[in-house]
Design a protein around this ligand. Structure first.
Ligand code: HGY
Ligand code: MN
Ligand code: MN
Ligand code: MN
Length: 414
């Protein structure tokens, strides 16, 4: 490939997407279908059109930018990622994969690289669980694991359902049943993403080739005790919803730390204390629990153990605990054929790499339900992500875009 990826393009695209931000004073926040995210979508679609891509969207807002091949009737090749963020995030998680896809289709045209299959840059809707507590909504619907009924049940903190938000934004919700992708109708999908864990930086490698993507199970845990006076209620008389939640949190952490699997993670990211007043013993506490592993059975064993512990804590503290489970996702093994192509492309581009595991989930975890998937990782500085301090060198993303381009073209001619 004569013309190589240009880090300046990557920088411009990422910095422009980053202007669509509702918390410029503290990192980047671009929550699904808020006005900044809708503006970012419009910007990416306009950049796709400038790159001669034919743009369309489905009923849940997945965006497809199609670079026509010479045999468009064949199952296409996908690349892409997400542009929505967690709260007060960085500018690379997700966006790196979208702009690397844009740069890849630019390189394919600039180098006049022939390809039979269509190559499609995809922006998946809502990879982050920020608004609806469940992640990968767009790729989940593509995998046939999120239908219209569930879209009417997913509710944000203001009581809006996903379905209502989609309808208000004018998406063709009547075609929700057309979102699922038939197995075999996509020949392969390669996602570039930051590694979010510092493994590449520690190994001094610019590229990671992902073997397996760990999968989450997410819960809401509502603890109901007895709201009462902080001074008038003796320590013996309390049914303190917060202290019960704290004991559950420590039990969760212990299960994570003592796990036999090195890829187990357990996290409580959100806590709502009701009524949340200095001198009132909380009557109700709602917290989120995020449990992950690369081993599905191991994850479910841990969940069963946690539920036992919660039962015992509830009894001892005389509180009621209601658990709502959002998902129980399967870890995704990446496709050996594409992994081999990625390794060969790294050798061809004289770029060193390591094989690695993704502790973070990605859209590829669900796309893998209907197509062979693979992921290219680029290094996160100090392993930081989901933070304003997230950083990846633009040159590293450009190096990843070169590998991505090689493999997309190879797959598109297979
Ligand atoms: O949480 C995750 O693993 C992803 O970054 N949304
Ligand atoms: Mn993320
Ligand atoms: Mn991501
Ligand atoms: Mn992702």
């Amino acid at each position: 490939m004569e013309i190589k990826a240009n880090a300046e393009n990557i920088k411009t695209w990422l910095e422009t997407i980053n202007t669509f931000n509702s918390t410029p004073e503290f990192g980047t926040t671009r929550v699904l279908f808020t006005d900044v995210e809708v503006k970012a979508r419009e910007y990416v679609k306009s950049e796709m059109r400038k790159l001669n891509l034919k743009v369309h969207e489905d009923a849940i807002g997945n965006i497809f930018g199609v670079l026509e091949g010479t045999r468009p009737e064949l199952p296409p090749i996908w690349t892409g990622s997400h542009i929505d963020t967690v709260l007060n995030a960085g500018m690379f998680d997700g966006m790196s994969g979208v702009v690397a896809g844009l740069e890849a289709v630019r390189l394919i045209q600039a180098n006049n690289l022939k390809h039979e299959r269509n190559i499609i840059v995809v922006v998946y809707t809502s990879e982050e669980p920020t608004r609806f507590k469940l992640g990968c909504l767009g790729s989940r619907a593509m995998a046939g694991k999120l239908d219209e009924k569930q879209a009417k049940e997913l509710v944000d903190d203001d009581g809006n359902t996903l379905y209502k938000v989609l309808t208000k934004l004018g998406f063709p919700v009547q075609d929700f049943d057309k979102v699922p992708i038939k197995k075999g109708s996509v020949y392969g999908a390669v996602e570039l993403h930051i590694d979010q864990n510092g493994v590449l930086e520690k190994a001094g490698k610019p590229i990671g080739i992902v073997k397996t993507i760990c999968a989450p199970s997410v819960f809401d845990v509502e603890v109901v005790g007895k709201q009462s006076h902080a001074g008038g209620t003796t320590m013996e008389d309390r049914q303190d919803a917060f202290m019960a939640t704290a004991e559950i949190a420590l039990a969760l952490e212990k299960l994570g730390k003592t796990s036999q699997s090195e890829y187990t993670t357990t996290t409580i990211g959100r806590v709502q204390v009701i009524p949340n007043a200095v001198n009132v013993i909380p009557g109700k506490v709602i917290s989120s629990i995020d449990i992950r592993d690369c081993d599905y059975d191991y994850k479910n064993d841990l969940i069963a153990k946690l539920k036992e512990e919660i039962k015992a804590i509830a009894k001892k503290r005389n509180v009621v605990v209601n658990i709502t489970q959002y998902n129980n996702d399967y870890p995704m093994k990446c496709d050996e054929n594409i992994i081999k192509k990625l390794e060969a492309a790294c050798e061809k581009e004289n770029t060193s790499y390591i094989k690695t595991i993704s502790g973070a989930f990605h859209d590829s975890m669900l796309v893998g339900e209907f197509a062979p998937v693979a992921m290219i990782f680029v290094p996160s500085k100090d392993g930081i992500s989901h933070s304003p301090n997230e950083w990846t060198d633009f040159a590293d993303i450009a190096a990843g875009a070169n590998i991505l381009t090689d493999v997309l073209v190879e797959l598109a001619n297979e």
